[in-house]
Design a protein around this ligand. Sequence first.
Ligand SMILES: Nc1ncnc2c1ncn2[C@@H]1O[C@H](COP(=O)(O)OP(=O)(O)OP(=O)(O)O)[C@@H](O)[C@H]1O
Ligand SMILES: [Mg+2]
Length: 271
Amino acid sequence: MLRFENVFFYRESANTISEVSFDLREGEFAALIGENGAGKSTLCRLCNGLLKPASGRVTVCGHDTATVSTSRIARDTGFLFQNPDMQLCQNTVYGEIMFGLEYALSDPEERKRRTGEILELFSLDGGRDPFSMSRGERQHVALASILACKPRLLILDEPTTGLDYRECVTIMGIISRLHSDGTTILMVSHDMEVVADFAVRALVLSKGRLIADGPVRQIMKDKKVLDEASLLPPQIPALAMLIGGDFSDVLTADEMAETAERAVRQKGARK
Ligand SMILES: Nc1ncnc2c1ncn2[C@@H]1O[C@H](COP(=O)(O)OP(=O)(O)OP(=O)(O)O)[C@@H](O)[C@H]1O
Ligand SMILES: [Mg+2]
């Protein structure tokens, strides 16, 4: 679905992406994590063809980004920018979603129907001006307009940054449902709790290099990798590692609660 083969990219002659190779298979949910300036947003822009590799190859849904147009890539790939204002350009929410659908659906009636569905799903008021909304609300609109096109691959550059807890849960609920329905997802996030709760695989970028690629469960407990990328483990696995024993493999709050309950039951049975 998304393949990087020995990719290099330079900005102002500095190496921003070096020797990056990975293969994201259909249906995977991977988090791209790393310190500020590690190259995560640059890597995302290499995925949608906005940037082309200096050497190596990026293949998206079978298309080499060096030889195919960005509009062709956009047919299969939804891309959420780190800053939602980079993609909002209409003066109503309704217009924004209709605009996003222009290439995906040729029938205007079908476009209107899909826009109605999406407004309902996201509980959005179609008549509002996106630029009179808060940053979190604009992020919501940007994501809604991307999802309206039902992309096979979703590249999300910090989808929950700037959102309050309730908005974060709503947005991650929608993303998680899309993943369950088979959408392939690459999500940049600085929120290790979100990564631990939702992603299955983690790609760790540090100074433009991929320093680790593996199950989230394993990477969140790899102190050496986390230190190298200046990342703090989420609180639950950090606490679980401290307790040790049955808790050693715990990653999420739900798993923590289940393991604690089991431990209490076993203690009760021994009495
Ligand atoms: N348009 C640009 N021109 C020149 N250098 C840039 C440009 N955009 C980014 N850079 C540089 O490229 C490097 C990688 O930036 P990038 O935005 O990809 O990092 P990031 O991992 O997304 O960081 P953050 O977590 O802060 O969003 C940084 O050193 C940055 O200063
Ligand atoms: Mg970034």
